[in-house]
Design a protein around this ligand. Structure first.
Ligand code: ASP
Length: 424
């Protein structure tokens, strides 16, 4: 039996029943909009589909024929209609994943082109070019992956892209966003997007996130940003600065939050309008600059009460080049750690202090402990997130071998990671 767009259908899969209206769908695939407002996508060969109500307009079109196919074609820009050029680079993660029903595990299997094919609305927004960088879950990213990705982003900008979208696993997306922020001074938007639920789940956030990301990629926000659901509903996405964002929930669709900053703005999913809240860099305000150097031998160490200072010896003795400490409150570690901070800075290893509180600013001038840490050579990370501080340290040490120059660069705001403070 064939179905057309607008038909009401029932789909049964593995004992679960879904009902909704057929939406534009690609060959071998059916997408429905359910009463809850969520979209659900299925491969037609492993589900049972029953027609509940025909939309009555056209009875001779199947999933890829008649009205439906025509509508998909209409969404593809006609020659002559000039749309901005956007490169979509896929790296893997849930946004490129589906469940492998042999194993029950979610694996990265879609490319950028598959994502474009599955979300035809994207083609109304830009003229896309897809490119596969990797197909990995983001826990497998490292500084070399960031450099390869950054190189590809720069190539696309040099080739004339008006914006770049990077599809990425959510778990480490903030590290990659920070890395791209430090490595690339961009004249166009670079947007990272992911999804918390894979495309074949009824509550998948992939389509809305991808559409919001595309709208930001053609906007005047010439920065590295992360675009993800702003709430648990399908109403708007938030646009987070790449150095100020963190994944704050394991599974909610609105897991990403700007920390110590407002988001740059939001994208209204209904009206497709962008509203901004803070200043941002506009296209053409700065020329493209690419500095990919990265020093991988840096570590982020969390202080916990009672933890022994010898953990620092481990890194110092193994030739690490710099450390970020995630201290308590205003930025403290046990006084037992302070001689080891001195040992590190004497060995020309920068030591940056950040806070486990995440929200707020480091101030090591209030208590004796903090003052002694500063005397031992530690630098206050101000209101920088611990993981952003780590990526900054890796990047700075990839740019210079001079300790004093590194300390100077680490103390400055390089890419929006430090909010200017009222009392400094
Ligand atoms: N583990 C996955 C990843 O980060 C989760 C996700 O994509 O949301 O690649």
């Amino acid at each position: 039996m064939e179905f057309k767009q607008g038909d009401r259908v029932r789909i049964e899969k593995n004992g679960t029943v879904y009902e909704g209206k057929v939406m534009p769908s690609m060959e071998g695939h059916i997408t429905i909009k359910m009463n809850s407002g969520y979209n659900a996508g299925f491969f037609t060969d492993n589900v049972k589909i029953t027609l509940l109500e025909s939309n009555g307009e056209n009875t001779n079109g199947g999933l890829n024929g008649g009205k439906e196919s025509k509508m998909v074609e209409e969404n593809i820009p006609k020659p002559g209609k000039k749309l901005p050029k956007v490169a979509i680079l896929s790296t893997g993660g849930t946004i490129a994943s589906k469940i492998d029903y042999r194993t029950g595990a979610v694996t990265s299997q879609f490319t950028a082109d598959d994502i474009l094919a599955a979300i035809p609305e994207l083609r109304e927004i830009a003229d896309f070019k897809g490119r596969v960088i990797s197909s990995i879950l983001s826990e497998n990213m490292d500084s070399e992956s960031w450099q390869n990705l950054a190189r590809a982003v720069v190539e696309e900008i040099e080739a004339g892209a008006d914006g770049v979208i990077v599809t990425h696993g959510t778990d480490t997306m903030m590290y990659t966003a920070a890395a791209l922020s430090f490595m690339i001074e961009t004249p166009v938007p670079i947007v990272l997007v992911g999804s918390q639920r894979s495309a074949d789940r009824p509550s998948s956030d992939n389509a809305m996130n991808a559409i919001c990301a595309a709208l930001v990629a053609v906007s005047d926000i010439a920065e590295v940003s992360v675009v993800m659901h702003g709430t648990t509903s399908d109403n708007f996405c938030e646009i987070h600065r790449g150095t100020k964002v963190r994944k704050m929930h394991t599974s909610r669709r609105d897991a990403f939050k700007s920390i110590n900053s407002l988001p740059i703005g939001i994208v209204d999913y209904d009206t497709r309008e962008i509203t901004t809240f803070i200043d941002y860099i506009k296209p053409g305000e700065r020329p493209l600059k690419f500095k990919p150097g990265m020093e991988p031998k840096c570590a982020l160490i969390k202080f916990t009460p009672g933890s022994g200072p010898e953990i620092l010896d481990h890194y110092i003795d193994r030739g690490y080049r710099g450390l970020v400490l995630e201290g308590t409150g205003l930025g403290h570690v046990s006084t037992k750690w302070i001689p080891k901070i001195r040992k590190a800075t004497d060995a020309k290893m920068p030591v940056i202090i950040t806070s486990q509180c995440l929200n707020g600013r480091i101030c090591d001038r209030v208590y004796d402990t903090g003052r002694d840490m500063l005397k031992a050579g530690a630098i206050e990370g101000e209101d920088t997130l611990p993981e952003t501080a780590l990526v900054k340290l890796m990047w700075v040490l990839g740019q210079t071998d001079e300790f004093d120059e590194a300390i100077e660069m680490l103390s400055e705001d390089l890419s929006g990671e430090i909010t200017k403070c009222c009392f400094k």
